[in-house]
Design a protein around this ligand. Structure first.
Ligand code: PXL
Length: 274
């Protein structure tokens, strides 16, 4: 069985980071080792939150896992609770990266043109440095503009997307995916893979929740590790998010803080078998 180490916070409530990575990656038939960077009562999109920073624990977890000679097929990162966590995370990647380990970085910093609380230009600069270690990066449109140091726009045309993908690949990753691109009634992503430009869109729903990007990243990485090929993996991730969003929009009792991805898990398993 393949094994992923995913380095993200554990938000007890909020359907994001580790609480979505664990079920999604497990449902994909891949062992998921969650490396928590912080424990939060709930994600930062609530009016308040409690957070315990685990920066000092990351090197200790790393050291202990090293003594057990654990190897990973992929290492992924998501929301990082502060600048001080960047170097222990880089050390983790350096320490566990084998010849065939895929490093996937989701540079979580914001959404819909707004940055999450506590994200600054200094943070973005550190994130650019972290992206240099990646094989694949998957920023959303907001994060893509932030990484490029450009002002946010919600309607880049194909020419601009191609330029952005090329600019982002210069940070170091060979494969770049920009998510959350709107095209009329559709939403999807554009990517640069093997030097080729590709896009994938699906019907958009009138729901916007934290965690969607985290789910997308886990599905995309899982499908790649399941050897579906890049373009098919992108298709699986876009289709899964579209279905989770459809189920969320159809649920009048849905919480405000996350999508109903749980109800779409059987569909994920079907997509991965197709
Ligand atoms: O989904 C991104 C995310 C992850 N983790 C925490 C967050 C957010 C977005 O708000 O607050 C703690």
């Amino acid at each position: 069985m393949k094994r992923i180490a995913t380095i993200q916070d554990f938000s007890c409530v909020g359907k994001c980071s580790l609480t979505v990575a664990l079920p999604v990656i497990s449902a994909a038939g891949i062992e998921c080792c969650g490396i928590p960077t912080a424990v939060l009562s709930n994600h930062t999109g609530f009016p308040g939150f409690y957070s315990r920073d685990l920066t000092e624990d990351i090197p200790k977890i790393c050291e202990q896992l090293n003594t057990h000679k654990i190897a990973f097929d992929a290492i992924s990162t998501g929301y990082i609770a502060g600048i001080s966590q960047m170097s222990p995370i880089e050390e983790f990647i350096r320490g566990f990266r084998g010849e065939n380990t895929l490093v996937f970085i989701d540079p979580v910093m914001g959404d819909y043109g707004r940055l999450y609380s506590q994200i600054t230009e200094q943070y973005a600069e550190k994130m650019r440095g972290l992206c240099a270690h990646a094989d694949i990066i998957a920023p959303n449109l907001t994060e893509a503009y932030m990484l490029l140091g450009k002002a946010y726009r919600d309607d880049p045309d194909e020419g601009e997307l191609r330029d952005m993908l090329k600019g982002l690949s210069e940070l170091g990753a060979k494969t770049v995916v920009i998510t959350g691109i709107l095209r009329g009634r559709e939403i999807g992503c554009a990517a640069l893979y093997d030097g080729e430009f590709c896009e994938n869109y699906a019907e958009r729903q009138d729901v916007s929740c934290s965690g969607t990007g985290d789910i997308f990243a886990s599905v995309l990485l899982s499908a790649i590790l399941r050897e579906k090929g890049f373009e098919k993996s992108l298709d699986i991730a876009v289709k899964f998010i579209a279905e989770a969003a459809r189920l969320t929009a159809a649920d009048p009792d849905r919480p405000f803080y996350g999508v109903n991805f749980e109800q779409a898990i059987p569909y994920l398993i079907k997509l991965l078998e197709s």
